[in-house]
Design a protein around this ligand. Structure first.
Ligand code: ATP
Ligand code: MG
Length: 660
């Protein structure tokens, strides 16, 4: 509806449009008021026309509306006032609800005057639609955020927590209420990289990859998280939304995988080093095998030579002792004979060492208590090493007895003591110690219990090259005529033949330690030893002796000794001939036979004789240790080379044994 006076009469259009139209003149009096505004303001045109806008709506006095109307008249400017930012007119919808509206203010000029047009638009529908849309959007957003498995924490620019999602409870152990208003720092370790990232990034920063942090759970437990940051701005304020993905399990799995990989690598390395070690051990074993095969060959050769040499010495010694008896009154001849006997005896000692190295000597294995044997040798040892060497003996009472040939053991210890003396020309200390040792496997021996005797000196020691060859027969560093190089060979052969071993440790300037591994005596052998009865001497009488030896020289020597002892002798040069003589020429009181003979050996012969003549005493003469183990039970025994005294003793023992 329009004022009749107005120039702005445009007919019914003014009242028909679906927006509010208000026209003000330059005095701000209402000159145009259409139907739409009349309806929503509940004021008819006739009531308002001619009145100022302030008179109709006093509440707009201090609002921007009066300002922009003013601007429109003064400066001819147009403005839009929206309901969201401004207080506008008190308009109402059909049901009396406040009507949300925007107002466009623009100047209107005619030929006669200037006016201001207010265009009022109802935005209720648009706003409602927008609100519904926003609410739907919010609902969707909350549904997503609250169902997310990751914790989502939004902070303001003071790092204060403004908002959290439902997952914080599960992920970090805090309820909403406990976190809101707190600083995000309570979820982090001091100096956490997340705090640095928050300080260094802003809304304008490019989105970064997630940051790996250690997060603190409510109850002090820590966990690993990948945290993504999203900066945003609202109402002039900065916010950061942090999304916390718990990667503890993944990190732990990674760590376990890393550990497993490390362990695998380590075990691979161990395996490799074990293979290397095994290869080295194998090489050493092969070297040792080669060495022992070499020794075996030298041993066989040496043993053969020594055996033959032994037979010759037996003849020489036998003949010399008979000769000595034959010329008792000539001191000069006697002296010469003594010297010859001494020389032959030294030769016999040498062959004994050779046989020891070749492991072919006859061992009289017996129960040996080291607590007794070693102290008893002390005087002799002192004599052997001289006054410059101090001897220490360390044998505890619990050290067990050993089962070896006592004489050979003494000889071995003397050899070692003499070596020690030679290594300590300025004097020093020689220590002989004993201990029980269970693990023979350490030196390649079976698992039986052993006793170790260590002979240690403080001498000059050996170079690696000397140490490598020290046990070889005839190896000596002592110069021609001074050392035979058979000392250690003898000791080595003796321990090996006794079922033990010898090991040498030595370094130049640090002395030498030789360890003898000897088999421990069984309890039963001690008891058996105690039961052994002393032999009663047989009556002195002339015997018929059948003497069997393939070596004529040896046979003649032995026959001379027997004759000298007052016996009668029949000689046979082979086993088969001896059996014939036994049948054709018998009976005999005793048979003395060599062991090593071609064809039938002495032991076979003895068994054949025993089968036909069970009560006939038999004596086996041998330089070898290769007789069957139980021979000593069945037959008498004589070690070569022997003297006439040894022969007499062996005969006596054999006769006593067969005595009914
Ligand atoms: N205790 C030791 N200290 C230093 N070197 C030693 C020792 N024992 C042995 N040897 C070295 O080993 C070599 C061989 O010793 P072995 O006893 O077999 O022969 P030998 O002593 O030379 O001669 P033999 O013992 O026949 O008189 C010696 O020449 C010496 O070089
Ligand atoms: Mg020696």
């Amino acid at each position: 509806m329009l004022d009749n006076a107005s120039d702005l009469v445009v007919g019914p259009v003014f009242d028909t449009v679906d927006i509010g139209l208000v026209v003000l003149d330059s005095h701000c009096c209402i000159v145009g008021w259409n139907e739409w505004i009349a309806r929503v303001s509940r004021r008819k045109a006739r009531d308002v026309l001619g009145k100022t806008l302030l008179e109709v709506f006093p509440e707009v006095q201090h609002t921007r509306l009066t300002e922009v109307i003013d601007d429109s008249f003064r400066a001819g400017s147009s403005s839009i006032l929206t309901h969201t930012l401004n207080e506008l007119l008190p308009l109402q919808g059909e049901s009396g609800e406040p009507l949300l509206h925007n107002i466009v203010v623009r100047p209107v000029s005619t030929v006669h005057a200037s006016y201001c047009l207010l265009q009022i638009t109802d935005v209720t529908v648009a706003v409602t639609r927008e609100r519904v849309l926003r609410e739907r959007q919010n609902a969707r957003y909350h549904a997503i955020v609250d169902s997310a498995p990751d914790a989502i924490v939004t902070i303001d620019d003071n790092r204060n927590i403004q908002w959290v999602n439902g997952a914080v409870d599960d992920v970090l152990g805090y309820s909403h209420a406990e976190l809101l208003g707190q600083q995000i720092d309570i979820l982090l370790e001091p100096g956490s990289p997340l705090l640095q990232a928050l300080a260094q990034t802003s809304v304008d920063s490019k989105a970064e990859n997630a940051i790996s942090v250690v997060g603190r759970h409510k109850h002090g437990k820590s966990g690993y998280f990948d945290v993504s940051l999203g900066h945003w701005r609202a109402d002039q304020r900065n916010f950061v939304t942090t999304i916390w993905r718990d990667v503890t399990e993944r990190m732990e799995a990674d760590a376990a995988l890393r550990d497993a990989r490390d362990a695998l690598q380590k075990s691979n390395e161990e395996l490799e080093s074990r293979v290397d070690e095994r290869t080295r051990e194998r090489e050493i074993a092969l070297q040792q095998l080669h060495e022992s095969q070499k020794m075996e060959s030298i041993g066989q050769l040496t043993g053969g030579v020594a055996h033959d040499f032994n037979n010759l010495l037996a003849v020489i010694l036998g003949s010399l002792s008979l000769l000595k008896k034959a010329v008792p009154d000539n001191p000069r001849v006697s002296r010469l004979l003594d010297r010859a006997i001494l020389g032959a005896e030294r030769g016999a000692t040498l062959t004994t060492r050779l046989l020891a190295f070749a492991r072919r000597q006859e061992l009289k294995v017996e129960f040996v208590a080291l607590q007794k044997l070693i102290p008893e040798m002390l005087d002799f040892l002192r004599h052997s090493v001289g006054p410059n060497v101090v001897i220490h003996i360390e044998i505890l009472p619990e050290v067990c007895a050993v089962e070896v040939d006592a004489n050979q053991l003494e000889l071995a210890l003397i050899n070692l003591a003499v070596n020690a003396r030679d290594a300590m020309p300025q004097g020093g200390t020689l220590t002989i110690a004993c201990h029980n040792e269970n693990h023979g496997t350490r030196v390649g021996l079976p698992r039986d219990p052993f006793v170790c005797i260590t002979v240690t000196d403080t001498g000059e020691g050996m170079s690696a090259a000397t140490l490598a060859r020290a046990q070889e027969p005839f190896f000596t560093t002592k110069g021609v005529g001074k050392g035979t190089g058979l000392g250690l060979s003898m000791v080595q052969g003796f321990t090996a033949q006794s079922g033990g071993a010898m090991r040498i440790g030595s370094e130049p300037g640090k002395g030498t330690k030789v360890t003898l591994w000897l088999p421990r005596a069984k309890e039963s052998s001690a008891a058996a030893r105690e039961e052994t009865q002393p032999i009663q001497p047989a009556e002195a009488r002339s015997l018929r002796v059948l003497l069997v030896d393939d070596d004529i020289l040896v046979s003649m020597g032995a026959a001379d000794m027997l004759l000298d002892l007052g016996h009668s002798v029949t000689e046979a040069q082979s086993g088969s001939y001896a059996l014939k003589v036994l049948e054709s020429d018998g009976p005999f009181d005793v048979v003395v036979t060599d062991y090593a003979m071609p064809g039938m050996n002495g032991f076979e012969l003895a068994q054949r004789i025993k089968a036909g003549h069970p009560r006939l005493p038999i004596v086996l003469a041998t330089g070898y240790a290769e007789l069957p183990a139980d021979r000593s039970i069945e037959f008498g025994h004589l070690s070569k080379p022997y003297t006439s005294k040894d022969l007499a003793a062996a005969l006596e023992k054999a006769l006593v044994a067969r005595r009914p």
